[in-house]
Design a protein around this ligand. Structure first.
Ligand code: AMP
Length: 216
């Protein structure tokens, strides 16, 4: 089954998509993580997107759509996928609907206050990309990833000025997609305000129901 994880920066898309990938055996495809991995490795893609990402802007539709299209054509995505952070613009949503239509869009609803609280304490693993929070989801050992032992760092685009610009982009370019997906009948709203375990408990049952009814 094909799921899009949708929501503001800090809504919990990455955390929930990672749990869902593990539970339901679907590949977790995060455009932000693909870009960050390319930046870490210093590839031509990484060098091309670095400045725009660090300032909190959006990578071009052409580049992002091309990348996702290629990724979804890989064998592990043939049986379904979880997209996290894509689509973020109407052009991306229309492109996806054309080449690989989603079954459901999980819309993680959170308040602006929660977004700011989450992003300001977020720490990311340099090794595997897993995210933590210094208060809400702390690692067992400060500064060290529970999964791979990698070093935790603050994303450049979690700096206050970049967060403001990411939220502006979200409201201007991404939030309007809610209506697009409502019209397609694929939007599933989930309250994303609670702690990760609470949100996941509700989401897991919703997804399980959707997957079961899809098989029927
Ligand atoms: P994320 O990890 O999803 O918050 O993405 C981090 C950054 O990568 C974003 O702030 C954008 O600069 C860029 N990015 C990720 N996904 C997209 C997308 N679908 N379209 C354009 N830029 C993106």
């Amino acid at each position: 089954m094909k799921f899009v994880f949708f929501g503001a920066p800090g809504a919990g898309k990455g955390t929930m998509a990672a749990r869902a990938a593990e539970s339901f055996g679907l590949p977790h495809i995060s455009t932000g993580e693909i870009f960050r991995a390319a930046m870490r490795a210093g590839t031509p893609l990484g060098l091309r997107v670095k400045a725009v990402i660090e300032s909190g802007g959006l990578v071009s539709d052409e580049l992002t759509v091309g990348l996702v299209r290629e990724r979804l054509a890989e064998p592990d995505a043939a049986g379904g996928w979880l997209l996290d952070g894509f689509p973020r613009t109407m052009a991306q949503a229309e492109a996806l609907a054309g080449f690989c239509p989603e079954d459901y869009v999980i819309d993680l609803e959170v308040s602006d206050a929660k977004v700011v609280e989450r992003l300001s304490g977020r720490r990311m693993c340099r090794g595997c990309g897993r995210s933590f929070h210094i208060h809400l989801m702390p690692p067992a050992v400060a500064g060290v990833c529970d999964d791979c032992g990698g070093e935790l760092y603050v994303r450049d685009d979690d700096a206050e000025s970049a967060v403001r610009s990411r939220l502006e982009n979200y409201y201007r370019q991404t939030a309007p997609l809610v209506d697009f997906y409502k019209r397609r009948g694929t939007l599933v709203a989930v309250d994303g305000e609670g702690r990760a375990d609470e949100v996941w408990a509700v989401l897991r049952e919703r997804m399980r129901g959707l997957i079961e009814s899809g098989k029927a």
